[in-house]
Design a binder for this molecule. Structure first.
Ligand SMILES: [Zn+2]
Length: 345
């Protein structure tokens, strides 16, 4: 099969498009012919090499994918070959205390497709049958591949962890990536009265407003924390979505209302911001971590996408042969929405 792979960590020059052996579905597994795959920031980290996460070279990256069931391994009842599916990228053991509680992404042996094992940037991929879900019939493969990881991450952050309620207000830092484009839509779906976003790009601010955001702040022109307090009559927002980290954390603390919740799923600008603990206890803030999500959350998010209540935003589509251009687009941060690889017809 044709696949993207690398035999050493490094920059884009380690990414190779070439032939790899076809995988076969073992017991409990499904072989999927990949039609489209989507990039996540995770793919840059995996290419660079993540300390403490060794990969077996040659490694095929890619967490998100959609395609057609090609074969079922022993003991798998369905979906039947030929069915259009998409993949839940989080793999769990099914037996630890967190799995038994339904908390797949807290599994002590949690793994992610394309990080710990062979991923979706290939014509064929093998996954456990529990990770295969029916693709919404209304979506082309390029859109079906574009939301599992980001949509699930944003859903758990807002719906479960922050428990966003109708009428509440939300700040989302740094719109443009997959998680933020979903977070805007999910916040409005939950009934948020006001969604404030930030971006340095006028084009991205305009796109975010089209997606449903109510206000968009240029973080290069103003102090975001103060601007949010001014916009909200000095009250602040109920929920802050912060995946930026070091560069935004102090603004998150300032922008949060009393008893506000700050939810984080990453730290793209660095993991160690200065921390004003006095602000956290005085305002009685909740700081909430979040990583991907459960099957129940995935099913609910998928239902919202299937019903057209959430729309995957696709920035660009590249053929598999142009994978380096796709990675460059991801690294540039210029995109709005998901960067997709067209793998096969
Ligand atoms: Zn487990």
């Amino acid at each position: 099969m044709k696949a993207v792979f690398f035999t050493a960590h490094g920059g884009n020059d380690v990414l190779t498009v070439g032939e790899r052996p076809d995988p076969a579905a073992g017991p409990g597994e499904v072989l999927v012919r990949v039609e489209a795959a989507a990039l996540n920031r995770l793919d840059l980290f995996v290419r660079d090499g993540i300390p403490g996460v060794p990969v077996a070279f040659p490694h095929v990256p890619g967490a998100d994918g959609a395609g057609v069931v090609e074969a079922l391994g022993p003991g798998v009842a369905g979906p039947a070959p030929g069915t259009r599916v998409l993949l839940q990228p989080g793999l769990s053991c099914g037996t630890c205390e967190f799995c038994l509680a339904g908390e797949r992404s807290l599994c002590v042996r949690f793994r992610i497709l394309g990080e710990h094992l062979s991923g979706t940037f290939a014509e064929k991929v093998v996954v456990p049958s529990a990770n295969v879900f029916l693709a919404p019939s209304r979506l082309a493969p390029e859109k079906a591949a574009a939301f599992p990881l980001a949509g699930l991450t944003a859903w758990r952050m807002l719906v479960t962890r922050a428990a966003l309620r109708p009428g509440e207000t939300v700040l989302i830092h740094g719109v443009g990536g997959g998680v933020s484009t979903f977070a805007i839509q999910i916040a409005k779906l939950c009934g948020a009265s006001r969604v404030i976003v930030t971006s340095s790009s006028a084009a991205k601010r305009a796109r975010a407003l089209e997606l449903g955001a109510d206000e968009a702040i240029d973080y290069t022109a103003t102090d975001v924390g103060k601007a949010v307090r001014e916009l909200t009559g000095k009250r602040g927002v109920d929920v802050v979505v912060d995946s930026v980290g070091a560069a935004t954390w102090k603004h998150s603390l300032t922008a949060a209302a009393k008893k506000g919740r700050i939810v984080t799923c990453g730290a793209t600008s660095g993991p160690a911001p200065p921390e004003n603990i006095n602000v956290i206890f005085w305002k009685q803030l909740s700081i909430l971590g979040s990583t991907m999500g459960t099957d129940a959350e995935f099913t609910a998010m998928l239902a919202a996408v299937s019903a057209g209540r959430l729309e995957p935003v696709v920035d660009s589509v590249f053929p598999l042969a142009d994978v380096r251009k796709a990675y460059e687009r991801m690294a540039s941060g210029d995109g709005f929405g998901k960067i997709v690889l067209k793998v096969s017809a």
